[in-house]
Every structure is written in structure tokens, then in C-alpha cells.
Design a protein around this ligand. Structure first.
Ligand code: GTP
Ligand code: MG
Length: 583
């Protein structure tokens, strides 16, 4: 068992421990005007409720969070520092340009500092005293907010060098996670622990918005009024440390005229180039931005223009932050999807815990991959969890149609003819009356999808109920806004079958544990930790080799027998399984 453990856990990302390093500068410097960072306030501005308890504080709208974070990023700079510097002197030096709100250090290919000034003017002041690097190589001049800090006189500082605490930008080591899960008090505790360890930290979120802001500076060379907005898991509440950074180039501001009307019988329009379609316009715009990033973008490497994809994009690595970035344009529906997921993630503290665990479970069993292919994506998995939570009785999450009925005039949103309207103020959505534990929800999730009629039914979070599949793809998950589209069209029958087999096996493991709970001191992986072991893969290949009845069939039969006996005897579950037919 121990050997199997190792093989699974080594597949998870290995990295160092996370530490709390967002440092209010007042602890280091007592310069006048310095403002202490209010970490609690910043956590709230992520709009994410704490896990394990219902947070009753008002939650911010998605647009408010985006606006605040964007403004914060515009006051922030990124600095490549010498490996050892005196933190105090460094901050004193930068404070010449104005008070600093907060800062942190992190290690990537070198030691980096993220410094947030209180005022935007401080950035301009710093830029005004910064020179272009002088070396033997020719440089392309560009006044960015990404600096190199050099020591004028390195040896004299050696005596004052101190070890700088660095913020970790990656998920915990597999060994550490394993220990944490095995030492948890309950399965609920395990799910919440996994969430806490994998969710984006305050510093990582800041770095994501800062990276967008730095890219915006480059794109603004071509399109002065453009905005680069993060979307996807970086902002929707489901981001895991190490996830990619999805960006949207928003050119809408260019076309916005001031509300002030001119008098007279004239109308002014900009002279523009016309192209045959929106898609061609998007491809052309992304093509030049891709060139810009490639040639002039400090720290942007491995730029690939993937312009013939359904959603054209420019993919690149931002070397300093370590983010894999996907830049798209004209993709407002994806931004609206992110807002919808943000609302679902913040409505009930169980949602994120369950989604994170299912995503980790899927990754551990190679159901998902960072390479595009015939497998299920994290986005599809999230939709499946939301749908499952809508199907509980009483529901944990409301349907999208219900969220639309709560919308008022200012929430109205039509994009390219698609109705994307839903309530944006999540404080006006009534909390769920469902009190099921995470443990029960996890178990029921696996049972529900282990027995779902994928061959004839479609998953639909708009209505929160199964519908007949409109086409023959193995897995059909309706795109919530472009309702004629299937977000999981890429998934093959064999990948879906693998998902079903693993779901059944996992339900079986949890049922078995109900009967015979291994004690945490026994060092046996239990609960969520046991689910992350590659047991199915092994038992399946074993079964194939021995030409036995397939493992999934055996598991299904066993589950059914357990279920029928537990429904006869059970008195303790408040959850009711919704109807579903066999896969
Ligand atoms: P990660 O795996 O953590 O990156 O999750 P993610 O939600 O960011 O997924 P991904 O980077 O693949 O996609 C970014 C966003 O694009 C998603 O959150 C969705 O809003 C949108 N998206 C991704 N795939 C699809 C799809 O197949 N259809 C539609 N309509 N939108 C998609
Ligand atoms: Mg993403």
C-alpha cells in the first residue's frame, strides 16, 4: 500500500511549503504616510467566504472585485532583486517615491518583489529615475513597471543582508498534503484542508492581476484604451495554485463615447479599417499583440499564436510570475461565465471545497490533463458539481434560471444575442436550507455520476435538471449562455467511461469506510486521501489481465447491494438521491 501511495503522490505537484508573507510595511519601516495592509479586508475583497463556516459579511460583486484589484495592480510594480538584499533598505529606497501599501517577495527565476504603492504617481516617479539597462547587448527601449534592481556597491551590503521570507506560489508538497489529509479529524475536515492548501493565496491573486496589468501596458502601445482582464479560474473562486492565467483583451472602452452630446446636426465617427468578420478582426488584433509580446514584452517568452482555434488565442509564459498565460479577445461570454461561477463559488462554503476535491481527484487519476485532448476539463467538472448541488433536496445551489428571475434592470446583459442576465448582487440570494455534510455530498456526487444516464441525458445548470441530449457526444454539458453548444464535446467515450468507473469505485471506497473506518493513527490512507490513491487503475488493469468481470461492473453491483441494504436500515442521512438511470 505504501508503495502505491508514493506513486500517486509523486504525480501531484511537488513544491515547498506556503508561508504567510504579505508584509505590511509599517512593521519594517515607520515612514510617515505608510499605510498598513489590512489582510482581512483584502481577503474579503477576493469575495470568497471562509471555509467551514458561513460568512455573514456582505460579499462583493464580481465587478467590484475586478475594479478594485485592477486599480490596486496599477499602483504596483514588479522588481527583480539581487539574491540577498536588506529588506529594510530596499523599502526605504522605494519609499522615496511615495508611501507603500504593502509588498511581498517570491522566488521564480530569481528573487522578485511585488510592491504596491498607495498612489499611482509613485510608479511614475520611480520610472522617471530608472535608466535603461546598460550592457553589451542592444535593447528595445520600453518603460514598463517591471524593473531590475542592482546594487551599486554589492560587497559593502553583505554584512546587512538578511534572509528574506518568500511567498510560495505553488500548492503544498504531495507528502505534506498526504500528512495533512491523514491527520484530519473528519472527511469534512479533509475537504476543507485541501481547499485551504490549494486555493489561490492573496499574494498569488495580486500577482495575477499585476501580470494582466503589465500586459495591458504593452497592449496599450497599440490600443491606448484597451483593458486586459483576468477571467477563468484566476477569478471565479475555483483557482488552484499553479493554474493558468486566462486573459481577455477588452477593446470596448475605445468605442465608448462620452455621455455628453454635441449640439448641431452632425455626428462624428472614427475612420477605421473594415474586415470581413468579427473573427478575422480578433485574429488580426491578437496577431499584432502576439508580435508585440514576443518582441517587446519584458519577461514574455514562448509566445505562440493559436489563431485558428474556435476561440483564437495567444499563449505565452510570463517568466517572472511563472504563469502560463492564454490571451483571448472578444470573449465577453467567458467573462460572464466567470462571474456566474464566482457567484456559485461564494454562495455556499461547501461549493469550493467540493469542487477543489473533485478537481484534485480527477487530476490524481489522470482524468484531466494540462494538455488539450479527449478528456474532461476542470471547467466541465465544475459544471458537473454545480449541477449535482442543484439536484440535492433541498438544493445547495439555485438554477441559473432562478438567478435570472432575481435580476433587476441593471443586471440585464445580452452578448451577441445570448441572454446572459442573472443577479449580480449575491447578497440578495437566499442561502440554501440544505445542511448536508461535505462527506455525504462527496459520496453522493460519486454515486450520482456513477449512475448517470450519460447516454441519453444532458447536464444543464440553467434549468438544474437532466434533459434529453440534443446530439450524440458521449458527454453533453450545455453551455449556460450559448445554449446550443456543448462544453464537453471533446470528451471521448473511453474517457467518460473512465470517469464513471472511478466515480463508482470512489463511492464504493467511501461506503466501505462507513462500515470500517480506519483510525487516523493507523497510517492507513482514509477518506479523501484513500480516494486519491490509484486503486481503480490498478484493479482495472488487474481485472483485464485476469479476464475477470470488469471492476466497474463489480463495484456497481456491490454499490447497489449496499445501497438497497442501507436504504432499508438508514435513518441518518438528510440527503435524498435524485432519480437517475443507469449509464
Ligand atoms: P483551470 O483548469 O483551472 O484553468 O480552469 P478554468 O476554468 O480557468 O478553465 P480554462 O482555463 O480551460 O478556461 C477558462 C475559461 O474559459 C473557463 O473558466 C470558462 O469560462 C471558459 N471556457 C473554457 N472552456 C470552455 C468551453 O468549452 N466552452 C465555453 N463556452 N467556455 C469555456
Ligand atoms: Mg484557466
Amino acid at each position: 500500500m505504501a508503495a502505491r501511495c508514493v506513486s500517486l503522490w509523486t504525480r501531484l505537484p511537488i513544491c515547498a511549503q506556503r508561508s504567510q508573507v504579505l508584509r505590511p510595511i509599517h512593521r519594517l519601516l515607520s515612514s510617515p504616510g505608510t499605510v498598513a495592509a489590512d489582510t482581512r479586508r483584502e481577503e474579503q475583497s477576493l469575495g470568497i467566504a471562509e471555509t467551514g463556516s458561513e460568512d455573514r459579511t456582505p460579499k462583493k460583486r464580481f465587478s467590484e472585485v475586478q475594479k478594485e484589484r485592477r486599480e490596486q495592480a496599477q499602483r504596483t510594480v514588479l522588481i527583480l532583486c539581487p539574491n540577498k538584499i536588506s529588506e529594510k533598505k530596499f523599502l526605504k529606497y522605494l519609499s522615496q517615491h511615495g508611501p507603500i501599501n504593502n509588498h511581498f517577495f517570491f522566488e521564480s527565476f530569481g528573487l522578485y518583489a511585488v510592491v504596491e504603492f498607495c498612489q499611482k504617481e509613485s510608479v511614475a516617479s520611480l520610472q522617471s529615475v530608472t535608466r535603461l539597462s546598460v550592457g553589451t547587448e542592444a535593447v528595445i527601449p520600453f518603460r514598463s513597471r517591471f524593473f531590475n534592481l542592482k546594487l551599486k556597491n554589492p560587497p559593502s551590503q553583505t554584512s546587512e543582508q538578511s534572509c528574506i521570507p518568500c511567498s510560495n506560489q505553488s500548492s503544498p508538497s504531495s507528502k505534506k498534503l498526504f500528512e495533512l489529509l491523514c491527520n484530519a479529524e473528519s472527511v469534512d475536515d479533509q475537504l476543507n484542508t485541501l481547499l485551504k492548501e490549494f486555493q489561490l493565496t492573496e499574494e498569488n491573486t495580486k500577482l495575477r492581476y499585476l501580470t494582466c496589468s503589465l500586459i495591458e501596458d504593452i497592449a496599450a502601445a497599440y490600443f491606448p484604451y484597451c483593458e486586459i482582464r483576468p477571467f477563468g479560474s484566476s477569478v471565479n473562486g475555483f483557482g488552484k495554485l499553479g493554474c493558468d492565467l486566462d486573459m481577455l483583451l477588452d477593446l470596448d472602452e475605445i468605442g465608448k463615447s462620452s455621455a455628453h452630446k454635441t449640439s448641431g446636426n452632425f455626428l462624428m465617427e472614427f475612420q477605421v479599417k473594415n474586415v470581413a468578420s468579427e473573427r478575422i478582426a480578433t485574429q488580426k488584433i491578437l496577431s499584432v499583440i502576439g508580435e508585440c509580446l514576443d518582441h517587446f514584452g519584458p519577461g514574455c517568452v514562448g509566445v505562440q499564436k493559436i489563431l485558428n482555434a474556435r476561440c483564437p488565442l495567444v499563449r505565452f509564459s510570463h517568466q517572472a510570475s511563472g504563469f502560463q498565460c492564454d490571451l483571448t479577445a472578444n470573449n465577453r461570454i467567458a467573462l460572464k461565465s466567470s462571474e456566474l461561477l464566482y457567484i456559485y463559488s461564494a454562495l455556499d462554503s461547501r461549493v469550493r471545497a467540493l469542487v477543489f476535491s473533485i478537481r484534485c481527484w480527477a487530476r490524481a487519476h489522470s482524468l484531466t490533463s494540462s494538455i488539450p485532448g479527449a478528456w474532461i476539463t476542470n471547467f466541465s467538472l465544475t459544471m458537473m458539481v454545480i449541477f449535482f448541488l442543484q439536484r440535492r433536496s433541498p438544493p445547495v445551489l439555485p438554477t441559473l434560471d432562478y438567478l435570472r428571475t432575481l435580476a433587476d434592470a441593471e443586471d440585464k446583459c445580452i452578448i451577441e444575442g445570448h441572454n446572459c442576465t442573472f443577479i449580480c448582487d449575491l447578497n440578495r440570494i437566499k442561502p440554501s436550507e440544505n445542511t448536508e455534510t461535505l462527506e455525504l455530498l462527496l459520496k453522493e456526487f460519486f454515486e450520482y455520476f456513477g449512475n448517470f444516464a450519460f447516454n441519453k441525458n444532458s447536464i444543464n445548470i440553467r434549468q438544474g435538471r437532466e434533459q434529453n441530449k440534443p446530439e450524440s457526444s458521449p458527454l453533453h454539458i450545455q453551455n449556460p449562455f450559448e445554449t446550443s453548444l456543448n462544453i464537453s464535446k471533446n470528451v471521448s467515450q473511453s474517457q467518460l467511461q473512465k470517469f464513471v468507473d472511478l466515480a463508482r469505485e470512489s463511492a464504493w471506497i467511501l461506503h466501505q469506510e462507513d462500515k470500517d473506518h480506519p483510525s487516523p493513527s493507523s497510517n492507513q490512507p482514509w477518506g479523501l486521501a484513500a480516494l486519491l490513491l490509484p486503486s481503480v487503475a490498478n484493479s482495472m488493469s488487474h481485472a483485464k489481465k485476469k479476464k475477470k468481470k470488469p471492476a466497474n461492473e463489480r463495484v456497481k453491483n456491490l454499490l447497489e447491494s449496499i445501497k438497497s441494504s442501507s436504504t432499508e436500515n438508514s435513518t441518518n442521512t438528510s440527503g435524498k438521491r435524485t432519480d437517475s438511470t443507469q449509464a
